[in-house]
Design a protein around this ligand. Sequence first.
Ligand code: CMC
Length: 430
Amino acid sequence: MPDSKAAISYGETKTEAPVLSGSIGPSVIDIRSLYAQTGCFTYDPGFTSTAACKSTITYIDGDKGELLYRGYPIDQLADKSNYLEVCYLLLYGELPTQAQLKDFEQRVTRHTMIHDQMQYFFRGFRRDAHPMAVMCGVVGALSAFYHDSTDINDPVQREIASIRLIAKMPTIAAMAYKYSIGQPFIYPKNELSYAENFLHMCFATPCEEYKVNPIFAHAMDVIFTLHADHEQNASTSTVRLSGSSGANPFACIAAGVACLWGPAHGGANEAALNMLREIGTPDRVPEYVAKAKDKNSGFRLMGFGHRVYKNYDPRAKVMQQVAKDVLAQLGASDNPILQVAQDLEKVALSDPYFIEKKLYPNVDFYSGIILNAIGFPTSMFTAIFALARTVGWIAQWKEMIEDKDQKIGRPRQLYIGAPQRDYVDLKARG
Ligand code: CMC
């Protein structure tokens, strides 16, 4: 039932549209019958004012700088929970009991290996391929190996595909890394936690026992948790749009990986660390701030600004602390890149340009510093984001499939091209 109605008047037409309220956040004007009633579409490039679905998963208040997974604040989850518990929460809506968590952990752990034949896919790529290029291909290829979980109308198959994706993404990302550095693939180890296992698959070699640093494992787990979901962002909307046609979950997640790769989205963590390295020393910070303010330079401060957050990104706050902890443990608190980042943040946050435009550090500003300290090359940063976001993509995909209002996504357009005209024969065109 609508809570109220919005009056719409266009030319001779006067009509009303229902206004629907969520549990928190802005209400929406339900314009589903607008075209039928007025003959008009709405125009909203970039979806700045458009809610494309109903959701119970994640809530963001961009003005307050608040992020909730199923109602729980992100800082509480980063501090008290762990990634697999958060995965359970995102997928099933509630925090698990001890027995439910144990069962879930076991199910994920038992699906971490990938079909052995899949290693030949990796061998087909150039060694210098970007890990995200490899991820796009290999994640899509999962649908060629796991036919028994591609029927989207079967809830059991949807469940198996979900677990498979969460379990196999770290293996695929680690294999992409190992392949790029010419080292043999390392199989997952069931006795390790999710984050420990990922570090093991990335950094162990067959010649030497690898002991996972617990501080790195904790930092990794927090990074996964902070990236697990983020409402209807570009890659999640891509997954939903792909899924709306009935495509199988592996294909949909591959579409999400491709979308995430862009520098305005998940690719920003790689770009942010490259930028901090380019700045190099704190004395060059003002020069880069001036460049970011100059529209003609085409340069932006990577890791700054967000479509939704007009306040400090709550994930960046947690990330900044983890970066400090990791560097302190490594005895590298004087790391020049951390110093550049902190100075850049200070200068930008006191500059009228950034204040007026409400540009604050986002999640990607500090994550690269942590990943770099752990030993990852910048090219792996977005792949790590993709593996962490997979649970969010799946939770959103499942929610969409189970939503009775769901239809194939099919936006319309404002056509500004040539009106109908007759074909001109090639010879007559000169
Ligand atoms: N540096 C300098 N100026 C900026 C920046 C920046 N990082 N971000 C936005 N602006 C300016 C922009 O030039 C524009 O100015 P004006 O109104 O005078 O034209 C104004 O702020 C609004 O920018 P916009 O591009 O219209 O805003 P948007 O909501 O479309 O874009 C954004 C959001 C994240 C793409 C953008 O802030 C950006 O490009 N940031 C750098 C890339 C980045 O860090 N991305 C990671 C996002 S968080 C992780 C994720 O969700 O994937």
